[in-house]
Design a protein around this ligand. Sequence first.
Ligand code: ASP
Length: 435
Amino acid sequence: MKKLALHWQILLGMVLGVVFALIFTNLDWGAKFIGDWIKPFGTIFINALKLIAIPLILAALIKGIADLKDISSLSKMGIRTILTYIVTTVLAVSIGLMVVSVVQPGKAINEDTRNELVEAYGGEAEMKRQDALKQKDAGPLQALVDLVPENIFSAASSNRNMLQVIFFAVFFGIGLILIPEEKSKTVKDFFDGFNEVILKMVDLIMLAAPYGVFALLAALVVEAPSADLFAALAMYAFCVVLGLALMIGIYILLVKIFTKRSPGFFLNGIAPAQLLAFSTSSSAATLPVTMERVTEHLGVEEEVSSFVLPIGATINMDGTSLYQAVAAVFIAQAFGMDLSFGTQLGIIATATLASIGSAAVPGAGMVMLVGVLGYAGIPEAGLALIFAVDRPLDMCRTVVNVTGDATVSMLVAKSQGKLGEPKVKDWDDNYKKVS
Ligand code: ASP
């Protein structure tokens, strides 16, 4: 029998996880059973993915930069990457603002619902606000200071420090380009082999993906808050999801226009990474799979993907910035505030910066939203309004974050003449390769 393609297997795992949890929540001991015996497998799966994120960035980036052979192609690619990332992010925020201004979901929230939400989620929202406050005390150049670690081992000991590890890897790669070939060869070969090993580990972890997402989704369903509050926020959630869907449409269009690759080719190639982004709510945890899919299935050469994707996972969050714009305006609407055109332009700028500053982990976008609210003078207590639906929306925006990174990597690869034919045409070939 022909083996089901990986994205179908993952999708099946997700659906079965939800159905399983819905059945088990009817039993007295069901939720505890899932918490004790199913959820840990989801955690193990995410941990396994996160485990290889830092070694992958190090190996892939050092190898990728060393392959570039000269500094000028690195700076050309760097500038193109950052500019394209900024353009897509600004586009995303603008779409978010447009959708939320047209649909006006905040107007549907009456005072009772508002109070109910503030009461139910005020505590959790306050915790997010405190997290944000910790980051806020910094001066204007703090982000730049944070980029340079004082110790590479302590930087590499936390997935939250990915930008620092990227800095080290780029710096190391530049050093490698600048020394004589006979000295650099051994080091390059080492990272080359190291990189291959890590990619093989990704293949192996992906064999467990359908089971991993089953466990993750079952645990999420059991822990989800009451459906009544969900209903009150349906219009808001609809706006975020509509904006995100439009953004995916834009990516498909960009890929078609600039690289002439069909939507089917693009979506088929990236689907497993999108499904994992949805299940884990973390672009960082998804990064190893995004790298594998983009390189092997979308035809982006490794020297581009290994540079563009780790940077994208940390700074390019189109889904997050779009959500922040929608959420900020929604809260303003719910509190009966009218935002001027100038404030809306400011939201574009702050949401772009906030998404760059958001860590690639679950819920990070909401912490950074505090900054956007603060800028626009919108009550931070409003965070409580959107708390109930934040997790499902986090899952959706992470899909867009990852898809945006993949899109930009294809565009940059095309502009550098580094977009070729994919090495693996479909997952089944790859599956045979590892099994
Ligand atoms: N979970 C998102 C990501 O990892 C960030 C966020 O929007 O919270 O890409």
